[in-house]
Every structure is written in C-alpha cells, then in structure tokens.
Design a protein around this ligand. Structure first.
Ligand SMILES: Cc1cc2nc3c(=O)[nH]c(=O)nc-3n(C[C@H](O)[C@H](O)[C@H](O)COP(=O)(O)OP(=O)(O)OC[C@H]3O[C@@H](n4cnc5c(N)ncnc54)[C@H](O)[C@@H]3O)c2cc1C
Length: 373
C-alpha cells in the first residue's frame, strides 16, 4: 500500500549535512531564496570531514583530511566561510628498514639502493622521463628496460603490493586507474605529498567551516534524522547526498565499499612521529598512523594518534568510506542512476550519491556547478 505524502514548510530537502549537502543548501538559500531543511542521520554536521577539538588537539574523526586544490572557484567560495592555516602535507612510509617520504622520489631512490645502482637508475630514468615527471607505478612497470624493471619491482613490492591488499583486498591492477594515480612515482626531490596551488586546513577546523556554510536564515538543520522518517513528506525537490543504492532499496544489490576502523590513543609525550601521516605498506595490520596535532600545529605536552585498519563494509555495520572503483561496480552504479532517473524531484550528489571517490574540492565543485532545480 502506498503511503500518503504530507506537506512540510521547507520547500527543499537536503539529505546529508556533509560538505556536498552544506554547499547545495547554501546555494539554494542564497541564489534561489529558498527555505531548506538539511537533515543528517548522524548526531553532528560535517559528514566525513567532521573534526572535533579535544583537550587542545583537533581530531579528524573520519580519517586525515587535507584540503588541496587548483580550483580557484572552489578556493574562493570556501574562503568566505573560513580562514586557512597554511599546511604542506608530508607523508612518510615505514618500510622494513627505511623511513621514506611518499610519493617515492629521487631522495627515496637514494635511500633504498646502493650508490652505483642509484647512478645507473638515475641515468636510465633521464632517458625515459623529464625531470619532475609523474608516472603511476603501473606505467613504470610497463617500461621494457631491466634497470627500470628493478626499480619498478622494488617500488611495487615495498610500497604498493601489500598496502593495496590491506586497503582494498585486491591488487592495484584490479582497480580503476585513478586509484594508482593518487600515489604516483615522481622524478624530483620534493618531499611534499601534493603539488596543488592551494593547500591548507580550515583554521578553526572543518566542522566550524561547514557550520558557517549552513548558517543562513533560510537553512534549518535537523540532526539524528534519517531520510526514512521524512520520505512520506512532500518537498519541492530533494538533494540526496546519501547512498544511491540505499535510496533504491538495494534493488540491484548493494554497491561495494571499503570501510575503516579507527583506533585512537592518547600518548603522554609531545610528539609520536615527525609528520601527520605515516603509512605502513609492509608491516602491521593497520595501514597508517595519523598524529592529529600536526595539521594545525597545535602545541600540547601530550598527543593523540589514530591507527587506521581497513575493513570490509557490511550493510548495517560500520560506515561506507571508499567506493571500490572498478568496471563492474561502475556498471552497478549506472543501473541505479538510470533506474532512479525517472524521479524528477530528486538529485543525487556527493561521494555516496554519485558513488565516486571525491576529494573535498571535487565534492564542492560538483555542488557548486550543479544546476539548481
Ligand atoms: C578516510 C578518508 C580520508 C579522506 N581524506 C581526504 C583528504 O585528505 N582530502 C580531501 O580532499 N578529501 C578527503 N576525503 C574525501 C572527503 O571525505 C569527501 O570529499 C567529503 O566527505 C565528501 O562530502 P559528502 O558531503 O559528499 O559526503 P559525506 O561527508 O559522506 O556526507 C554525507 C552525509 O550524509 C549523511 N547521510 C547519508 N545517508 C543519509 C540518510 N539516509 N539520511 C540522513 N543522512 C544521511 C551521512 O551521515 C553524512 O553525514 C577523504 C575521505 C575518506 C573516506
């Protein structure tokens, strides 16, 4: 039996108070003068960007979040709602007998190989690549040169193979190319993780920035509220940033995701590690350790660290983190998208609505460039 829909005062409903939902709600209020109800099933705003200051240290609750972009429009738009703390991200990888910076570069090469080998490898690299050029490990492995094969095998084995098995439970080759492209091999000496023009952390944290985006007289936020509870109310339009397969009642089966378990620990020492993120590609069950105080250069006599354990995502347990991007899953996503396209009063967006790994800038750009209905 179909249930009767009831009217509500807000014209538009935004499901999800993460970055995507907040940006779209603000635009609706500012550009269309529309009253908007934003709901989230969690007890706080911010989605996966949620952070929280505990005893002087801002903790990234859903994994380390570093804002980086070349998109001027996104940077300018977000800068209306936050001051920025300049931050250049550095990631180290704890190999069995080396601590190197990622992405793997010429400095790491010199750490990992004997001097004669380094000279030969650098000479061979010059014949194939320009200085500063970035390649994926899969591209490097394809070069038919014994010297570069040795380098590629080393990097693949020590940095990518076990890490990918832990993180994704499959090989890098079985994932979309974009996953390998996230951590390239770089032929320069820059030990920073990103090369984007803008790199920063909101000075008061992501939650404070998103709170400001949502702070508009026409925007009302209701937390601890699942879409299920409002599904029978009438809205002029619904912007849905939750999972598209959940919206479609899993009629084609669930879209696969990887999940994470975070184990937090307070330590009675000023610092635990030199940088905010140290990866463990070879050893340990966890993939990385995050030390939160580095993000905003917070000074305390103690520190908080988080170990990140990859987990399978099981419906009804844990959170969806990473869409598993491969051809079969993209096809499954497209089936949901096409099936739901007849609902003209619903727009899907965000990392769960589009089943896409979006960095924050891409999630914001998607919400900024969406045609408002
Ligand atoms: C571990 C990890 C680390 C990351 N690090 C970075 C980084 O360093 N830099 C970077 O740029 N990006 C990073 N990202 C990506 C970043 O988290 C996303 O770009 C961003 O969270 C996208 O925002 P969103 O609003 O689309 O989704 P979300 O943040 O997931 O928000 C969706 C919201 O919808 C709510 N919701 C879902 N279903 C319902 C429902 N039925 N009813 C009510 N509410 C619902 C959820 O509770 C959630 O709050 C990282 C992602 C992960 C997983």
């Amino acid at each position: 039996m179909t249930q009767k829909k009831t009217k509500t005062q807000a014209q538009t409903l935004v499901v999800g108070a993460g970055l995507s939902g907040a940006v779209i709600a603000r635009r609706l209020a500012e550009e269309k003068n529309e009253s908007v109800l934003v709901i989230d099933r969690r007890e706080q705003i911010g989605g996966n960007c949620f952070d929280q200051k505990i005893e002087g240290i801002t903790i990234h609750r859903y994994g380390a979040h570093i804002f980086h972009t070349d998109d001027q429009q996104v940077w300018t738009w977000l800068s209306r709602f936050t001051c920025w703390h300049e931050y250049r991200h550095q990631v180290q990888a704890q190999l069995r007998d080396q601590l190197i910076f990622l992405p793997f570069n010429l400095n790491a090469l010199e750490q990992c190989f004997a001097p004669e080998k380094v000279t030969l490898m650098k000479k061979t690299l010059k014949q194939h690549f320009a200085s500063g050029q970035k390649v994926t490990i899969l591209q490097l492995r394809q070069i038919q040169d014994p010297v570069l094969q040795e380098l590629a095998d080393y990097v693949y084995e020590h940095i990518f193979l076990h890490y990918t098995l832990k993180q994704w439970e499959c090989r890098l080759e079985d994932l979309d190319m974009s996953v390998a492209a996230r951590v390239p091999v770089v032929f320069d000496r820059d030990d920073h993780y990103f090369a984007n023009r803008y790199q920063a952390i909101p000075a008061q944290g992501y939650t404070a920035m998103i709170e400001k985006i949502l702070d508009h007289p026409l925007v009302q936020v209701r937390l601890d509220t699942d879409y299920q509870s409002l599904k029978n109310q009438v809205f002029r339009h619904v912007y849905f940033t939750g999972a598209i397969d959940e919206f479609g009642d899993y009629c084609f089966g669930p879209l696969p995701y990887r999940s994470l378990e975070f184990v937090n620990q307070k330590l009675d020492q000023e610092y635990y590690q030199a940088v905010s993120v140290v990866n463990y590609p070879e050893t340990q069950e966890f993939t990385r350790i995050i030390e939160h105080k580095h993000f905003l250069a917070e000074k305390t006599p103690y520190t908080w660290i988080t170990r990140e354990y990859p987990r399978c995502f099981v419906l009804g347990q844990g959170e969806r983190y990473y869409p598993i991007q491969n051809q079969a899953n993209q096809e499954l996503y497209r089936r949901y998208r096409d099936h739901l396209a007849s609902h003209q009063d619903i727009t899907f967006l965000g990392r769960l609505g589009d089943y896409q790994y979006y960095d924050m800038d891409k999630a914001v750009a998607r919400a900024l460039n969406l045609e408002l209905r």
